[in-house]
Design a protein around this ligand. Structure first.
Ligand code: FEO
Length: 403
């Protein structure tokens, strides 16, 4: 027994991944609970490794493999996804293990070569192709853009087990390997955050992919993703959550996103929130001096309105707003209404800049923006309350019966 042991997932199937307890940043996303890079060993006649791990965790993966079998006995490696949190150790794994073949989708072969140069073991598999491992069989389904163009999932028919790479995953480091061992509130919070920050732009494709996999006549009893817990009980729970998040059905909730220089824009934000509350709409008040951009997009997952406020500084929006709005635009939250506001001293460009950002994000502006010089008066705050109420009323109309 080594410090790093494998964990059995099903008969002949072992988790041999790595736990990254310290990760706090994943391409712009604050991973406050770390993550795991899951790799799996299938002890079939032809022993097969599914995915690898981020490069610094190569030794941990190899130690876990060695707790089950001599790594040189591995005949195949399957690369479901070329992003380097899963492929970073692949070149070293190929060098040490010397597998007969490395399988990837056509886009995967291309992406792996573009990352690491040619390697002769690379072999393309087609959508729905089945690979015999001797006594067990793996079928591949392309899931393009979940999360990259190369992405595919692998289905081990005899165990009704889907190796789903990024899909159905979350960034969550834990001693527990299975979803049924973890509190549901943490699974929901980290699942929502992962979905909003990684997969939100691909929501329509996710719905189609889920429909395709669940409608392909394959029975899925276990889902083994590349991040976070394995779903060995009720995999339909995480499938249902993904369908719900992909819908982005707006609730009666607005996000009031702002930053402040001398407190004026914050006073305006508080008045906007009061206006929302006054008509029965909830508001997440997110000051960017206290909230990370990845928490903002998570709040937006079930919100119907985005109201943004910024002071003008050096003829621009506040830098934190520029950062966050760029991030939000890329993640394409859909079907939002909104408005903008902000304080200024002499030039006051922030309002127009924020409104342009909302337009670029296809947020429908339903109230006229408000600019306040220096410090808002009580009359100014009344106008801000009315802006909140106006957006709130429009949201209630739009939501109809949604809770
Ligand atoms: Fe976990 Fe798209 O990589």
């Amino acid at each position: 027994m080594t410090a790093f042991s494998a964990v059995q997932v099903a008969e002949n199937v072992f988790w041999v991944g790595a736990i990254d307890w310290s990760l706090r940043e994943f391409h712009g996303y604050n991973t406050s609970r770390g993550t795991t890079y899951n790799a799996y060993l299938v002890m079939a006649d032809k022993i097969t490794l599914i995915d690898t791990v981020k490069r610094p965790f190569f030794d941990e993966m190899m130690a876990r493999i060695a707790s089950v079998v001599d790594p040189s006995k591995i005949e195949y490696i399957v690369s479901n996804h070329a992003e380097m949190d899963h492929s970073g150790s692949l070149p070293e794994a190929v060098r040490v293990i010397q597998p007969a073949k490395v399988f990837a989708s056509s886009q995967g072969v291309k992406a792996l070569q573009e990352h690491f140069g040619p390697f002769t073991e690379l072999t393309e598999v087609k959508d729905t192709e089945t690979l015999s491992l001797g006594n067990l069989n793996l079928t591949f389904f392309e899931t393009r853009m979940l999360h990259w163009p190369d992405s595919m999932v692998s289905y081990l028919a005899e165990r009704q087990l889907l190796f789903s790479q990024d899909a159905f995953g979350m960034h969550l480091a834990s001693s527990e390997r299975f979803g049924d061992e973890l509190p549901e509130n943490i699974l929901v919070a980290e699942g929502e955050k992962y979905f909003a920050n990684i997969l939100m732009p691909f929501s329509p494709l996710i719905k189609k992919a889920v429909e395709r996999l669940t409608g392909a006549g394959i029975e899925i009893k276990i889902i083994a993703p590349d991040h976070g817990p394995i779903w060995r009980e009720k995999p339909e729970w995480i499938i249902g959550k993904y369908q719900e998040w992909a819908d982005q059905k707006p609730k009666k909730k607005a996000v009031v996103l702002y930053d402040t220089m001398w407190g004026s824009t914050e006073k305006m934000a508080q008045a906007v929130a009061e206006g929302l509350y006054s008509v029965g709409v909830a508001a997440d008040m997110l000051s960017l001096s206290a909230s990370h951009r990845s928490d903002v997009v998570t709040s937006l997952l079930d919100a119907g309105a985005l109201i943004v406020g910024s002071p003008t500084m050096n003829n621009q929006v506040y830098p934190s707003l520029a950062d966050c709005m760029t991030y939000l635009k890329g993640l394409k939250p859909k079907d939002l209404i909104g408005a903008a506001f902000g304080s200024y001293g002499w030039s006051g460009e922030s309002l127009g800049l924020l409104e342009k950002m909302l337009d670029d994000m296809k947020v429908e502006r339903v109230a006229e923006g408000i600019r306040v010089k220096y410090i808002p008066t009580e009359a100014d705050l009344t106008v801000c309350r009315e802006l909140g109420a106006q957006v709130g009323r429009a949201l209630l109309e739009k939501c109809g019966g949604n809770a």
